[in-house]
Design a binder for this molecule. Structure first.
Ligand SMILES: Cc1cc2nc3c(=O)[nH]c(=O)nc-3n(C[C@H](O)[C@H](O)[C@H](O)COP(=O)(O)O)c2cc1C
Length: 373
């Protein structure tokens, strides 16, 4: 239903995105888009680039007087650090980046062009588009959060309720609901920075308010689980995704893993547990969706790793480029946007895709069908 194309370089004039397939009459607030962009930018552990950029999206088409029209939505995010023509050439590929594979694949000796497009700066466009998708989803009572579970080996233990986590995150410098662990995480980031090193970690995306029945098992590519994991794995540096208690579940017997089914006339069908993370058979169960993402440490090190100059073929240190020390909290914001895009697509697939009124009518009818099943 939805299609997205993004373009632009990290230090080019601007980033651009075109979102096709958004229905008409959805309220979209430019302030909300810009607030989401800023959420991606300013967590502890990010580099100096974020002090230069204050991202703001300009809507070029598809939204008139704060409402979508059904036409493609085009946005542009200007780069304040527009310096692509003045930047030095790069001949020393950084391990962990697309530098060397990209140079060989595109037959480019100067790796600057590869660095510019493979940069995670591109994720700003996805956050802006995700904000538009969140605008659509809010009409169906869907609420998405992300929070940091681990930085390096410092890990939050125990889980709270959705509302409690949401409230705690407001006070956090690194989008972590546990203030004691947050201090340890910040100390670890400071230590890595002092050592010229970097860190990865783990965050969770949690979605409340989804209806039962999004996605399908009838074709492999219609499984919502596959679409969500594919989308999350498209975020740079995400190396694994876990749905619900998937990893722990693989070590247990079935009786300890699957969520037993109950019924009463008030609630209809319900579960007392949600180990499946809200997905069974590639379809939403109506329980909270829980997706855990694991991010590798940032690849650009201030104390550079060994590399080879691609012209002289002599050993050198990898290129040093201004960089984040840890971007796990920001990746969580990108992941919220990616999940919003995929869920918006799933709602449009199930309930229609032309106008919000038509979709809302179909949605209401479906809820009553499920209630009276
Ligand atoms: C929000 C965000 C910010 C990032 N910032 C940086 C950075 O400043 N420096 C860096 O070397 N990598 C950064 N990365 C990670 C790289 O983009 C990533 O490691 C690289 O593209 C290769 O990852 P891949 O093998 O998963 O594609 C960031 C990733 C995300 C999601």
């Amino acid at each position: 239903m939805l299609r997205l194309l993004t373009g632009g370089e990290s230090h080019g004039e601007a980033l651009v995105a075109i979102l096709d397939g958004m229905p008409s009459n959805v309220d979209i607030s430019p302030d909300f888009i810009n607030r989401e962009l800023r959420r991606r930018q300013h967590f502890f552990g990010r580099g100096k680039r974020q002090a230069i950029e204050e991202d703001s999206a300009k809507i070029l088409s598809g939204i008139i007087k704060g409402k979508t029209t059904g036409s493609p939505i085009s946005i542009i995010i200007k780069n304040k650090d527009f310096s692509i023509d003045r930047l030095p050439s790069v001949f020393s590929p950084r391990p962990g980046h697309a530098d060397l594979s990209g140079a060989l694949k595109y037959n480019l000796k100067d790796m600057r062009a590869i660095i510019e497009r493979s940069s995670a700066r591109e994720t700003a466009t996805r956050v802006a588009i995700g904000a538009i998708c969140k605008g659509l989803l809010s009409n169906f009572g869907v609420d998405i959060i992300s929070y940091v579970l681990a930085i390096g080996d410092v890990r939050v233990s125990g889980y709270s309720s959705f509302d409690k986590i949401k409230a705690l995150l407001k006070k956090s410098l690194i989008n972590c609901p546990d203030s004691r662990k947050e201090k340890e995480m910040i100390a670890l980031i400071e230590k890595a920075r002092a050592n010229g090193d970097t860190l990865g970690g783990c965050f969770e995306v949690v979605v409340r308010g989804l209806c039962v029945g999004l996605g399908s098992y009838v074709q492999p590519d219609r499984r919502l689980s596959a679409r969500l994991c594919g989308g999350l794995m498209s975020i740079p540096a995400i190396k694994a995704v876990e749905i619900g208690d998937g990893i722990q579940g693989s070590k247990e017997v079935g009786s300890k893993v699957h969520d037993e089914i109950y019924y009463n006339s008030q609630s209809g069908f319900f579960r007392k547990t949600n180990r499946s993370g809200g997905l069974e058979g590639g379809i939403t169960t109506g329980s909270v969706l829980a997706l855990r993402c694991f991010m590798k440490p940032i690849s650009t090190l201030m104390k550079p790793l060994k590399s080879v100059n691609i012209i002289s073929k002599k050993p050198v240190d990898a290129e040093i480029i201004r960089s984040d020390v840890c971007a796990v909290p920001s990746a969580g914001i990108v992941a919220e946007a990616v999940v919003a895009y995929i869920l918006a697509d799933a709602y449009l697939e199930k309930f229609g895709s032309d106008s919000l009124e038509e979709i809302s009518r179909n949605f209401k009818g479906y809820l009553s069908q499920v209630k009276n099943f």
